[in-house]
Design a binder for this molecule. Structure first.
Ligand SMILES: *[C@@H]1O[C@H](CO)[C@@H](O)[C@H](O)[C@H]1NC(C)=O
Ligand SMILES: *[C@@H]1O[C@H](CO)[C@@H](O)[C@H](O)[C@H]1NC(C)=O
Ligand SMILES: *[C@@H]1O[C@H](CO)[C@@H](O)[C@H](O)[C@H]1NC(C)=O
Ligand SMILES: *[C@@H]1O[C@H](CO)[C@@H](O)[C@H](O)[C@H]1NC(C)=O
Ligand SMILES: *[C@@H]1O[C@H](CO)[C@@H](O)[C@H](O)[C@H]1NC(C)=O
Length: 428
């Protein structure tokens, strides 16, 4: 089992992935000089809040709620012997390529860390509390494979108390799926939409660049928005790929398209516009009289950690998290995060005028950056070194092993939802 060489047995798959992964390796080099400008490592959303008072709401559930948002960037990874709530055997919904242990990853130290913010406590994920907050609701993850990574972590965490039933699936590679959790009458779903706005993805046979229409959102999720109570948007990496951008049916420019006669405009402004259009569309949807309340969470950009060549052993070789201040966030990661936070802040200001609309950035960029040890690397494929170290080995230094750091993202998501619940009690 697991001894086939994926490069020999699946040439088509390899060619397709080669292009994708080569881009990750190549783009940062070519773009370095004109896109990168640094941002301070710590940029707090809560600078104006001098202290964060905890309120104990329920001593029975041992839950502590914080009145003000916590700055989750400021913290460190600390050893935690208690380990994850689930594993690759107990949870059956983990995507193959992220089930690192079942693929033979030998070191398991990366499972024993928890994030410790300085300003506030971050309790271990409590599936019962999460399900209570999701009762009679529909939580939708919308975005790319990082959205899926977070969703799959959540499904594993929730399945420790109540098993989600897969009730709908559609699209290649199950890009659209919905689960129903009967114990709480809860729906959890995933919508594939790597740009959030209307987009045509590049294909192997046709044009090899994406086309993005920045002035309108992708209907595949937007048409269901009326049934969603909580939305988690998570995108970013697809914006690094070659693309042509349209606005109001005219070409705005392109990114990395030397063979086309369009102006190179990079992807930062485009990324901002795509998010702006998305959140503005959510806000507009609240203008109707019978519109549902929507909570919107934007998971910030998730950094990758390619160190060496993507197709050589040791592309992301670290076995431990970075310690505080060990290595500064890369400028591109910082810029992507900054854009998302600014758009969310603008949406918060605007959205406040509409009851039932809340926005929050799930600011995971920095804490994820500090986890170079937790990517699948070569274990995206089963037992990559069963026959010794091959000359080429494909590495995933973008997604996260499950269990892994995305479990912490969901622990923070729960804290956001708990804080919102307290605010609702106070208001009503
Ligand atoms: C995985 O979790 C299950 C259920 O908690 C447990 O019985 C099993 O021993 C675990 N497997 C591994 C490899 O840790
Ligand atoms: C869950 O999804 C089903 C099927 O789309 C729908 O009929 C039901 O109303 C949804 N329930 C909630 C609580 O969103
Ligand atoms: C597209 O239309 C919007 C609204 O009409 C306008 O604000 C924007 O400047 C237009 N963009 C371009 C590139 O023409
Ligand atoms: C490229 O665009 C420029 C300026 O719009 C135009 O002068 C030139 O003819 C175009 N070249 C091609 C090959 O289309
Ligand atoms: C979208 O961009 C417009 C124009 O720059 C700005 O006025 C608006 O506040 C932005 N909205 C959001 C949600 O970022």
């Amino acid at each position: 089992m697991g001894t086939t060489n994926p490069f020999k047995s699946q040439p088509l798959f390899f060619t397709k992935k080669l292009i994708t992964w080569a881009l990750y390796a190549l783009l940062p080099l070519t773009l370095l000089h004109f896109y990168f400008y640094p941002l301070p490592l710590k940029q707090s959303l809560t600078d104006q809040i001098p202290e964060n008072k905890p309120i104990i709401v329920s001593s029975q559930e041992q839950q502590v709620f914080y009145e003000a948002p916590c700055d989750y960037n400021d913290g460190k990874w600390v050893r935690d012997e208690s380990g994850p709530l689930y594993n690759g055997t107990s949870c059956t919904t983990i995507k193959e390529g992220q089930n690192c242990i079942s693929h033979g990853r030998p070191d398991i130290d990366y499972l024993y860390w928890r994030w410790e913010p300085k300003q506030c406590g971050l309790p271990r994920f409590d599936p019962t509390a999460f399900l209570r907050l999701l009762k009679n609701k529909h939580l939708a993850f919308i975005g790319d494979s990082m959205a899926r990574n977070q969703l799959e972590s959540l499904l594993c965490l929730l399945s420790t108390v109540s098993t989600p039933d897969l009730v709908y699936r559609n699209g290649d590679d199950n890009k659209f799926r919905r689960w129903y959790i009967p114990s709480h009458n809860t729906n959890v779903s995933i919508y594939w939409s790597p740009f959030l706005v209307k987009g045509i993805e590049k294909s192997n046979t046709g044009v090899n660049y994406n086309r993005l229409y920045l002035d309108s959102v992708d209907d595949r999720w937007a048409s269901d928005m009326g049934q969603m109570d909580i939305i988690v948007f998570s995108i970013g990496h697809w914006f690094l790929h070659p693309a042509v951008y349209f606005e109001n049916d005219s070409v705005l420019g392109c990114h990395y398209c030397p063979e086309l006669n369009h102006t190179e405009i990079g992807f930062y402004d485009v990324f901002r516009k795509a998010f702006n259009t998305t959140l503005e569309t959510v806000i507009s949807s609240r203008r109707g009289t019978n519109s549902n309340a929507i909570d919107v969470i934007v998971t910030t950009f998730s950094p990758s950690h390619f160190e060496g060549e993507w197709d050589k052993a040791g592309a992301c070789p670290k076995k431990e998290p970075f310690m505080e201040g060990e290595k500064e966030l890369q400028p591109m990661d910082a810029e992507m995060r900054k854009i998302e936070i600014e758009v969310v802040e603008a949406a918060m200001k605007k959205g406040n005028q509409f009851p039932g609309l809340r926005f929050e950035a799930l600011d995971v960029t920095i804490l994820s950056w500090m986890r170079p040890d937790a990517h699948p690397g070569p274990y995206m494929h089963p037992f990559p070194f069963a026959n010794g170290i091959p000359e080429r080995v494909q590495n995933d230094c973008v997604h996260w092993c499950l269990p892994g750091p995305t479990d912490i993202w969901n622990a923070i998501l729960l804290e956001v939802m708990k804080r919102w619940e307290v605010q609702s009690w106070k208001q009503g």
